[in-house]
Write a protein that binds this ligand. Structure first.
Ligand code: COA
Length: 248
């Protein structure tokens, strides 16, 4: 029997998985990761239109794909277990994560095609959490991370971050704008209590900046030489979202 704690996730009768349907692209759903996805990750992550903006290991090998799958599957399973444990509770539980993240297009035949990934997780970068205008201090940075990691699920003080990609064949069709909006308003806000998100994108990633802006994020600063990818220093645009100043 369907678990009422999954609300507003729907239940896929074919796979038994919970899923979210995008608000505008009704043929696109967000599901838990699946073992069959693993072989799809390397060709996507070895495409410059993707790795240029994400900085994954390069070349991206099967072992990287397997490690990533193990990590995301475990995070999804933890949340599903929390929801299962609360099955009989009359109130909807606030949980520490989102059990769905894999974006798939449902073909007319019913076949589901892998399109990408969207994850929301606790911010673990103390530099991003350093308030604007305060100089970055290494000790303080470690403290921000520790404090943020220690907050209990549902605590409105938690600072979250979002990471995402869509396969290049489907860029520019409004899919990620819709996916982020759906994830935010159908799960993150009501079921995780998300109030504050700090996301970042490499300087020059206009598509990503637009997706965030279209969802109410505001660019708060540029951090120069934040990280190296394939030997090159990258600048970071920091984008913030606060629940209080945004309405659905
Ligand atoms: C960034 C990314 C997730 C955007 O997803 P998407 O589904 O293509 O985005 P959308 O179609 O919702 O586009 C939103 C806006 O950005 C624009 N846009 C999309 N890609 C763009 C690009 N490469 N350059 C400039 N603008 C772009 C769209 O035209 C749209 O603008 P509009 O609202 O004015 O029409 C996708 O391009 C991607 O996967 N890139 C590689 C990985 C990546 O950068 N991930 C994010 C890391 S922070």
């Amino acid at each position: 029997m369907a678990n009422p704690q999954h609300h507003p996730l729907e239940l896929n009768p074919r796979t038994g998985e919970p899923f979210l349907r995008l608000k505008d692209h009704k043929d696109i759903i967000i599901t838990p990761p699946r073992p069959d996805d693993v072989v799809l990750y390397p060709p996507i992550m070895n495409d410059p239109r993707i790795y240029e903006w994400l900085g994954p290991p390069f070349p991206y090998l099967t072992e990287h794909a397997e490690a990533w799958y193990a990590k995301v599957k475990a995070s999804s399973d933890v949340v599903l277990a929390e929801l299962e444990a609360a099955r009989e509770s009359p109130d909807l539980l606030l949980v520490g994560g989102c059990p769905v993240r894999t974006i798939r297009k449902v073909q007319e035949s019913g076949e589901e095609v892998y399109l990408g990934d969207i994850g929301i997780f606790r911010c673990l970068d103390g530099k991003l959490m350093t308030p604007v205008g305060i100089p970055v201090d290494d000790e303080q940075v470690a403290e921000y991370v520790e404090t943020n990691a220690a907050l209990a699920p549902g605590n409105p003080q938690i600072i979250w971050t979002v990471g995402d990609y869509i396969v290049p064949s489907h860029h520019g069709q409004g899919i990620m704008t819709d996916a982020l909006r759906t994830l935010l308003w159908d799960w993150a806000v009501p079921r995780m209590g998300v109030r504050h998100i700090i996301s970042s994108t490499f300087e020059g990633n206009e598509g990503s900046v637009k997706v965030l802006q279209r969802n109410g994020f505001v660019r708060t600063r540029l951090i120069k030489n934040h990280v190296q990818t394939r030997g090159q220093w990258r600048n970071l645009n920091v984008m913030e979202w606060h629940r209080v100043t945004n309405e659905r």
